[in-house]
Design a binder for this molecule. Structure first.
Ligand code: ADP
Ligand code: MG
Length: 614
């Protein structure tokens, strides 16, 4: 019995544990009433004490159902509570008090069990919310004070000991530690963090002692954003459920008509009552939402943030997977392998000028060039007018000189990427960078292919030779090079076979992420861009989880379809049996609820999907 509570969140609030006691107490009234009836104790000749006790039981369990039906009618929304309500009222009017009491009790117990099962589908999200600590120790005026997490102020210094959970996003000012970041990334191997490293709310400090400057609090923290996104994802309605909603509108009138017709033909009110009880399409309404919540929660547990159930539906039927190269297929941690200065310049000058204008860029190459400058102990001059041309390079002014770093096809034979550094329009030298493909890339592509997805391509802003080298290395025969963000968009938009998934790192490919049916982004580097634009975020950058994501999506879709079919079949069968007089109302209530619980449990079982690929 779900009816108007099909919205999981309302449902959760309505049924608190006290309901269990209430329903068990009122169910207990039933045998007591039967005892009274069997010995025939009555107040007067027509009113039996047993009947009064039964009516009391109906009042406790049945009245709320009837009240909800009335509320629905008042709001001009026909739902499914009406059917059971009419059945209960009909039972009472035809003096079948025992049946009215038992049916009401079974309906409520069924609802509570369904509630418990569907609630278990949400466990992953609950766990996320529960890991944030309630209090933290901060340094105020040189003294350590314990404060509520909600009272922490931006910029304040937190003191975190081994074993404690960090409550803000921030930077380590002092100390070092190993951090378990599995709550955010799903990765259980601890990460070493030193002074200057960033730490995240909800992650656990395993050893050492650190002082952290609070930079993002509460909802603004990465964990806060993840929780908000998962919560809103739960609310999003998937395609399959929308179809169910349309059918649900027809259910009540159809079942009502069948019941009336059966009564008119057979003159048997019990049969009509049974039909009303079994005809209610509760599981039909709940199967989709429960499966979606279970799948989103399961994905979150492995560090995959899915922003809506419909993206999973879309991945389940995708025909193509297109990948960005730098930072997606490759690790996104390039290193400078060669500096080739023109006559009149030396390595240190080239790298120094380059580092000056890279200071404002989020591109993985920027980090590599800046690290190289530090390693060579270069002078990094101050640059202004910084300008980044997406997919091409960066520029800026150092003093009166205009420095440009742009993509270049030179020296590409080795498979390395080369950028040209020019000063006032004249070439001053080249920088070669190498970025390794991820160790799992080749095997991941193969696994995706094995799942029947044949349109696999690399779409990169890099030059032909390095792109070809990476593509060959991971066994992908379709690749596009020299693609600026707008060109990537065109390629995505011209793909017409079916659903397309685009996987990128969020740097220079936000338009492509948006335009594809599902945009999947790497969340570890450039976390913010990715978190905002993509539909799905791989929080731990684990490309090798894509086959799991496909399997999970397909499993979800299949279970939803199976559940809808099963609910429909059980209902149709029970209505037929009811009209043939083969089911009593009580048997009907049992059949109906067993069916619902089975379907809901099937949906909730998605959360046990393993994430290992084989
Ligand atoms: P991909 O599509 O493979 O991820 P991008 O679109 O990010 O590659 O970049 C394409 C090319 O543009 C790079 O190979 C590089 O040559 C150049 N480029 C882009 N941004 C920068 C930058 N900040 N510094 C140097 N080169 C850059
Ligand atoms: Mg990229």
């Amino acid at each position: 019995m779900i009816g108007r509570y099909a919205d999981l969140n309302i449902y959760e609030e309505i049924f608190k544990s006290t309901d269990f006691y209430k329903v068990f107490a009122s169910a207990l009234l039933i045998p007591i009433a039967m005892l009274f009836s069997s010995v025939g104790i009555s107040l007067n000749s027509s009113l039996m004490v047993g009947d009064i006790i039964l009516l009391l039981s109906v009042l406790i369990n049945g009245l709320p159902i009837i009240m909800n039906a009335l509320k629905g009618i008042a709001a001009k929304q026909i739902n499914v509570d009406e059917l059971v309500s009419i059945a209960i009222i009909a039972c009472v009017l035809s003096a079948n008090f025992l049946e009215a009491a038992i049916v009401s009790a079974i309906m409520v117990v069924g609802t509570l069990v369904e509630e418990a099962v569907s609630d278990s589908a949400r466990n992953a999200i609950k766990e996320l919310i529960e890991i944030t600590p309630k209090t933290a120790v901060v340094e105020r005026d040189g003294i350590e004070v314990k404060v509520k997490v909600s009272k922490i102020i931006l910029g304040e210094i937190l003191l975190i000991k081994a074993g404690e959970t960090i409550s803000v996003d921030g930077k380590i000012l002092h100390g070092s530690t190993s951090v378990d970041e599995s709550s955010i990334t799903g990765e259980s191997i601890p990460v070493f963090k030193d002074t200057g490293s960033r730490v995240y709310a909800g992650t656990q400090c395993l050893d050492g002692y650190i002082k952290v400057e609070a930079q993002r609090l509460g909802r603004d923290s990465t964990l806060g954003k993840i929780i908000t996104m998962i919560k809103s994802a739960e609310q999003s309605r998937i395609q399959a459920t929308r179809i169910v909603d349309i059918y649900a509108k027809w259910f009540t009138p159809v079942i009502l008509s069948v019941a009336i017709l059966t009564y008119l033909i057979t003159s048997d009110v019990t049969r009509a009552i049974t039909i009303l009880i079994v005809g209610c399409p509760c599981s039909f309404l709940l199967a989709g939402p429960v499966a979606t919540v279970a799948a989103i929660g399961r994905a979150a547990k492995s560090g995959i943030l899915v922003k809506g159930g419909h993206y999973l539906e879309s991945i389940a039927t995708a025909t193509g997977f297109f990948f960005d190269k730098t930072g997606t297929i490759t690790e996104g941690q390039p290193v400078v392998v060669d500096v080739i200065p023109h006559p009149g310049f030396n390595d240190k000058e080239i790298i120094g000028f380059a580092a000056a204008v890279e200071a404002g860029s989020l591109h993985p190459f920027a980090q590599a060039i800046i690290s190289k400058a530090k390693e060579l102990d270069c002078d990094i001059p101050n640059a202004d007018n910084l300008f980044s041309e997406a997919g091409k390079g960066v520029s800026g002014n150092v003093g009166s000189k205009k420095i440009q770093i742009i993509t270049s096809a030179r020296y590409g034979d080795s498979g390395n990427t080369t950028v040209c550094v020019s000063i006032d329009g004249d070439e001053a030298g080249y920088i070669s960078l190498r970025d390794k493909p991820r160790a799992t890339a080749r095997q991941t592509i193969q696994a995706i292919r094995n799942l029947g997805i044949s349109d696999i391509a690399i779409v990169s802003g890099d030059q032909e030779k390095p792109v070809k080298k990476v593509a060959d290395g991971i066994d992908v025969s379709t690749w596009y090079s020299c693609q600026k963000p707008g060109d990537k968009l065109n390629i995505i938009e011209s793909y017409s076979r079916g659903g397309l998934v685009y996987v990128g790192d969020g740097v220079n490919d936000a338009p492509a992420l948006k335009a594809s049916a599902t945009g999947v982004a790497m969340g570890f580097n450039g976390s913010d861009v990715a978190l905002e634009t993509a539909d799905v975020v791989l929080m731990n950058d684990r490309l090798d989880l894509l086959p799991f994501l496909i399997t999970l999506s397909r499993k979800m879709s299949k279970i939803i379809k199976t559940s809808i079919f099963l609910s429909f079949a059980i209902n149709a069968f029970a209505v037929a049996a009811g009209s043939a007089g083969l089911l009593t109302p009580i048997m009907g209530a049992v059949t109906h609820n067993m069916g619902s619980i089975l379907v809901v449990a099937l949906s909730a079982s998605i959360r046990f999907t393993p994430d290992s690929i084989s």
